[in-house]
Design a protein around this ligand. Structure first.
Ligand SMILES: [Zn+2]
Length: 325
């Protein structure tokens, strides 16, 4: 959380710096010109007109991923290969995001929805776009074909894990491992699974930041949702959940998001890595939720109006929340 990110060159500068910091350039004998060119292509493939899913979000997720990789529980088991894949996956995880969600692509018969058979449409596209740029840049042309193929498929596993509609499956698996205490980070499969969980955390960690920062991200993502809703209204496509500026508020959306997705995920992450960073993130999360509840009270006069949309999205991750019978 050290870097202050500006629009412009943040993704290139930050990722290049992290490659250097982790000794990846030396270890993998990377050509720095090719690396820079690859990162510039990645940055340019993000849509700067998207309020939220742009290169600054990618840089922010890459930065958060770096912080999680440094957590003692994980850092001592990580290989340079793991760090390399994690940083590339974080930097590319939303590549060429169109600023609308999967239901929108499906209902407008977008070619990507057809191509990926309506399943993790965006995530598959981000991954395949990343593979395209990796090949085009020739950054790893000096590696064996076998290693390059392994890299492409493992980056895919990481990016596909960021599909929020699959969170239930990942979280149940994480919880079971933690309950049984059987995670062995010497095992590459277990390590890879933890990297998937780390990237999921990095992707949705905005509510775990200080209020001022968190609030700005919340406004950006809502702006993108509402923009989609406006298009859906204009073309009579039926407004998607969370996208109607007439009926939704940032506070409602954020409280639902935190309750059903962020709190369960970070609760388990803190069980895995119970450090000052995890506790600080949970602290901010609690404070931010209380702040949004304050905003909600001011706006509606009722406090406990939790948006059920996220619950419908992922209904089995709610053991912490009281439910109406
Ligand atoms: Zn993202």
């Amino acid at each position: 959380f050290i870097f202050i990110l500006f629009l412009g060159n943040s993704l290139v500068s930050l990722t290049f710096h992290l490659f250097n910091l982790h000794g990846l350039i030396e270890h993998f004998q990377l050509d720095t010109m090719k690396l820079r060119r690859f990162l510039v292509m990645v940055q340019e493939d993000y849509h700067s007109q998207n309020p939220y899913h742009n290169a600054v979000h990618a840089a922010d997720v890459t930065q958060a991923m770096h912080c999680y990789l440094k957590e003692p529980k994980l850092s001592k088991s990580l290989t340079p290969w793991d760090v390399l894949l994690s940083l590339i996956a974080a930097a590319t995880h939303d590549l060429d995001h169109p600023g609308v969600n999967q239901p929108f692509l499906i209902k407008t018969n977008h070619y990507l929805a057809t191509l990926y058979k309506n399943t993790s449409v965006l995530e598959n596209h981000h991954w395949r776009s990343a593979v395209g740029l990796l090949r085009e840049s020739g950054l790893f042309a000096h590696m064996s074909l076998e290693n390059r193929q392994l890299m492409e498929s493992q980056i895919g596993d990481l990016i596909l894990a960021t599909d929020i509609s699959q969170q239930n499956e990942y979280l149940s698996m994480f919880r079971s491992h933690l309950d049984r205490g059987d995670l062995c980070l010497e095992n590459p499969n277990h390590r890879h699974f933890i990297l998937q969980m780390a990237l999921k955390c990095a992707d949705i960690c905005n509510p775990c930041r200080t209020w001022e920062l968190s609030k700005q991200w919340s406004e950006k993502v809502t702006e993108e949702f509402f923009h989609q809703g406006d298009i859906e209204k204009k073309y009579h496509l039926g407004v998607s959940p969370l996208c109607d500026r007439q009926t939704e508020t940032i506070a409602n959306i954020q409280i639902g998001f935190m309750t059903y997705l962020v709190e369960p995920l970070f609760g388990e992450w803190a069980r895995f890595s119970n450090t000052r960073l995890s506790q600080t993130m949970l602290g901010h999360l609690g404070l931010n939720k209380a702040s949004w509840k304050g905003v909600q009270r001011e706006q509606s006069g009722s406090a406990d109006d939790v948006d059920p949309t996220f619950e419908e999205m992922d209904s089995d991750i709610l053991p912490q929340e009281p439910r109406l019978s």
